[in-house]
Every structure is written in structure tokens, then in C-alpha cells.
Design a protein around this ligand. Structure first.
Ligand code: UTP
Length: 291
């Protein structure tokens, strides 16, 4: 079983300036929690025991967030705010956290290469630190691990159907055959294609199972879209090593919230805030009045 995961959080987040000037975009809140906490909760629910964050300059707050804060705990107890202690329950995850730095932001493929020693010779799960799947803890990574079924030569990518006009923002897959069912084979994939050249409207949803050969493939990958070393391009090369490429479709009702730009951040925040049990109902009334 796959028990190790990599969460790349080293990106500069330039599309979200000035919010990301001195804080990681992965720590921006969605509702009551920072984005990366949703990601870690999904991994923990999938049985992941070790998580490596690939970080960069200015990302210390991610380490602090997953650390014990004894001073804060004591303060809450001493000031009669014990009820808030349950908001810190995630600190008790038995998961081991590791951190390494991507020294130059050369793209997602390059960030994953920083995990080579951590992964050793085992397949890994990858979850982008700026993408939430579903509104309650998603079973996406768990289902991907089950689908991999201990096969060391399979790469599985979570995919989601989007409006064909939006495909140029994402990695897009070309299914082999009709793409019926939840799990199907991938013939090819391309990063950020032009709308009229995209092979489908099935886009990569920020979750991957990667086989050990991925590191060799990344090293052979030339810079691609945006001049970055693209993970999508390295995955294409995996076919040359005899690896199977599979796509796992997000289940109906579950979607990927990509927090890489303000438009989608605003939409995501509003959706999660409206669903909040405590504040959602009043917010709904307030929003109705504003409209
Ligand atoms: P993005 O593609 O959104 O890149 O990253 P970015 O650099 O953060 O954002 P912009 O384009 O400057 O606004 C997707 C995920 O991959 C990580 C990011 O932290 C994010 O979680 N990433 C990206 C890295 O870890 N390293 C990189 O070099 C690029």
C-alpha cells in the first residue's frame, strides 16, 4: 500500500498578489481552515503516514501550522476557551511531516524531483497544496491508492470534466477509447493546450499516484509550457518505460477547487462559507440582501 505523499507548496503564487506577497497561497483560508489543511486531512483519511512538503522561501507558516502549539493550548485552557481546543485537533495527527526546499521555482515537475530521496524506490501519492477536492474530506486519494493496487508501474491521475472553454488553464488528458466509467486508460496528455487543440475537456485535478520511474522521466523532461518543467510532460515519458497511465474521474457531486487565482478563490471561499453550519445561514441572508 502507498503510505507516502508529497505536497508541493513551493510556487510563487504570483497570480494572487498582493495576498501572497509574504504568506503562502496554500495558507489562505477557505472558510475556517487554510487550504493546505484540507489537503492534509484528505491524505490522512487515505492512510498516508508520511507527508513531504516541498517548500520554498517564505513558507514557514505551513510548518508552524502542523506543529504543536503548547503555548496556545495552555492559553485556551487558562482562559476558559477549552471548546476551541477541538479546532486544534488536527495537531494530533500521527502522520510524520517532512520538509524540503525547492531552491528555484522551475515548475511542478522540478518540485516533485525534490522528493526523490524521500520516495526511495516506492510509488508515491501527490496532492497539490493549492487544490481542495470536494466540500467534505474527499476519498479521492484513498480511491486512487486502491486503484493502484500495489502496481509499481502504474500512474493514476485524478481528472474532472470542465467547461471546454477553460481547458487552456490545465493539464488535459486524451482518453484511450470512450472514457466510460470511473477508471479508464489515458492515451496521451498535454499541459495548457489551446482551446481548439485540447484532446478533451477532462483536466488533471491536482492528485496523482506516481511510480518510481517518474524521477528518471522528470530528469529527461525539457522545460515546456511557461518555461517550466511540467509534471504532465514527465508523465507522458512514463509510457516509454512501460508504465500504464490511468485516469480516475472525480465522483459526481465532487469537484476540484483550484485556489490558484482570485476568481476561483473568491468562488470557493463563498461556497465553503455558505456551507458553514455556524455562520452559513446568516451569511446567506446577508448575501441575498447585498444582491
Ligand atoms: P501553480 O501552477 O499554481 O504555480 O502551482 P504557482 O507558481 O504557485 O502560481 P503562479 O502561477 O505564480 O500564480 C500548482 C502547485 O504546484 C506548486 C505550487 O505551490 C502549487 O501548490 N509548485 C509550482 C511548486 O511547488 N513549485 C513550482 O515551481 C511551481
Amino acid at each position: 500500500m502507498i503510505t507516502s505523499a508529497v505536497v508541493p507548496v513551493a510556487g510563487m503564487g504570483t497570480r494572487m498578489l498582493p495576498a501572497t506577497k509574504s504568506q503562502p497561497k496554500e495558507m489562505l483560508p477557505v472558510g475556517k481552515k487554510p487550504i493546505v489543511q484540507y489537503v492534509v486531512e484528505e491524505l490522512v483519511a487515505a492512510g498516508i503516514e508520511e507527508i513531504l512538503f516541498v517548500t520554498g522561501r517564505g513558507k514557514h507558516s505551513i510548518e508552524n501550522h502542523f506543529d504543536f502549539d503548547h503555548q496556545l493550548m495552555r492559553l485556551l485552557r487558562e482562559t476558559g476557551k477549552e471548546d476551541l481546543l477541538e479546532e486544534l485537533e488536527f495537531e494530533r495527527f500521527t502522520t510524520h511531516f517532512f520538509y524540503t526546499r525547492q531552491r528555484l521555482q522551475r515548475g511542478l515537475g522540478d518540485a516533485i524531483l525534490c522528493a526523490e530521496r524521500f520516495a526511495g524506490d516506492a510509488p508515491i501519492a501527490v496532492a497539490l497544496g493549492d487544490s481542495i477536492i470536494g466540500m467534505s474530506t474527499s476519498s479521492c486519494v484513498r480511491r486512487m491508492i486502491e486503484a493502484a493496487d500495489n502496481d509499481r508501474n502504474v500512474c493514476i491521475i485524478a481528472v474532472e470534466e470542465v467547461d471546454p472553454k477553460l481547458v487552456s488553464h490545465y493539464g488535459v488528458i486524451q482518453p484511450k477509447g470512450s472514457a466510460a466509467g470511473a477508471l479508464f486508460e489515458i492515451a496521451d496528455l498535454v499541459e495548457k493546450p489551446a482551446v481548439n487543440e485540447a484532446p478533451s475537456n477532462l483536466v488533471i485535478a491536482g492528485r496523482y499516484i506516481l511510480p518510481p520511474r517518474i524521477f528518471e522521466a522528470i530528469r529527461r523532461t525539457e522545460p515546456g509550457a511557461n518555461g517550466e518543467i511540467q509534471l504532465t510532460d514527465a508523465i507522458r515519458l512514463l509510457r516509454e518505460y512501460g508504465c500504464r497511465l490511468l485516469a480516475l474521474r472525480l465522483p459526481p457531486g465532487e469537484r476540484r477547487y483550484d485556489i490558484g487565482n482570485f476568481e476561483s478563490y473568491f468562488e470557493t471561499f463563498i461556497e465553503f462559507a455558505l456551507a458553514d453550519r455556524e455562520f452559513g445561514p446568516r451569511l446567506r441572508e446577508r448575501v441575498k440582501r447585498l444582491l
